[in-house]
Ligand binder design. Structure first.
Ligand SMILES: Cc1cc2nc3c(=O)[nH]c(=O)nc-3n(C[C@H](O)[C@H](O)[C@H](O)COP(=O)(O)O)c2cc1C
Length: 222
């Protein structure tokens, strides 16, 4: 699909059919997600994939009872590692081997930078991992749509209840949930006119930041 078509075709879908996503399609979708950019290419993301009814039902309980967690073929818990050092050594080995770094000394210096990031307060490290992990989540949703698979990103869940229910270690931030499945025939999410977006002139600021206090969303109704 052309990127412009993909942008317009992606919607947050709540109504799914019973059709199963083939494993090969899921694999392609996750493969695509790995191509997202990340700070220092540290790739802090991991995905807990839930496909059976029992696990999806447990997820629904910690996701404010949102039905589409259960009715979607697949629910994904998007997790971000909060320690920047988790994969740093192998990432910089790769950079050195491929001449992205001129020398072992530069590799050591970069490792030193990342070690410094590892010492940030926990709340900063949670923000750090959310930046890159959210980009992987977005990449995953576009890749899914490119395969005809609809999705819905979700922040409506209890992080503590989720980590307890699925034994997620403390060093991971649950960044978001994503439901994946084929949209139901005639799903309102897909058929309805697209939800409005704030206009470019309101959100883009050239040179100086001058936030507008009023939104022009819905102005057409005035
Ligand atoms: C960070 C984030 C959290 C969201 N949380 C939920 C959620 O908990 N439940 C839900 O049904 N939709 C959720 N959504 C979907 C939004 O409602 C949806 O993206 C928005 O209304 C725009 O519609 P569109 O995605 O179809 O363009 C979330 C979206 C984002 C980006």
């Amino acid at each position: 699909m052309e990127f412009d078509d993909l942008l317009h075709a992606r919607r947050s879908v709540h109504e799914y059919s019973d059709e199963t996503i083939p494993e090969s399609t899921l694999e392609s979708i996750f493969e695509a997600a790995t191509l997202a950019p990340s700070g220092y290419n540290l790739q802090p993301w991991e995905f807990l994939v839930l496909r059976d009814d029992e696990r999806k039902s447990t997820l629904k309980e910690v996701a404010n009872g949102q039905d589409h967690v259960e009715t979607a073929d697949t629910a994904v818990v998007v997790l971000g590692h909060t320690d920047p050092m988790a994969h740093a050594e192998s990432v910089f080995d790769d950079w050195l081997a491929k001449d992205y770094l001129p020398s072992e000394e530069v590799r050591e210096a970069l490792l030193g930078n990342v070690e410094g990031m590892s010492e940030m307060p926990e709340s900063d490290r949670r923000t750090w991992t959310t930046r890159s992990t959210a980009l992987a989540a977005m990449t995953l949703m576009y890749a899914a749509r490119d395969h005809g698979v609809a999705s819905c990103p979700m922040e409506g869940f209890g992080a503590d209840a989720l980590t307890e229910a699925f034994d997620i270690p403390d060093e991971y931030e649950p960044v978001m949930l994503i439901t994946l499945g084929y949209a139901a025939e005639g799903a309102a999410d897909v058929e309805n006119e697209r939800k409005a977006r704030r206009p470019v002139e309101e959100i883009v600021h050239y040179g100086e930041f001058d936030p507008s206090e009023e939104t022009t969303l819905g102005a057409a109704d005035d």
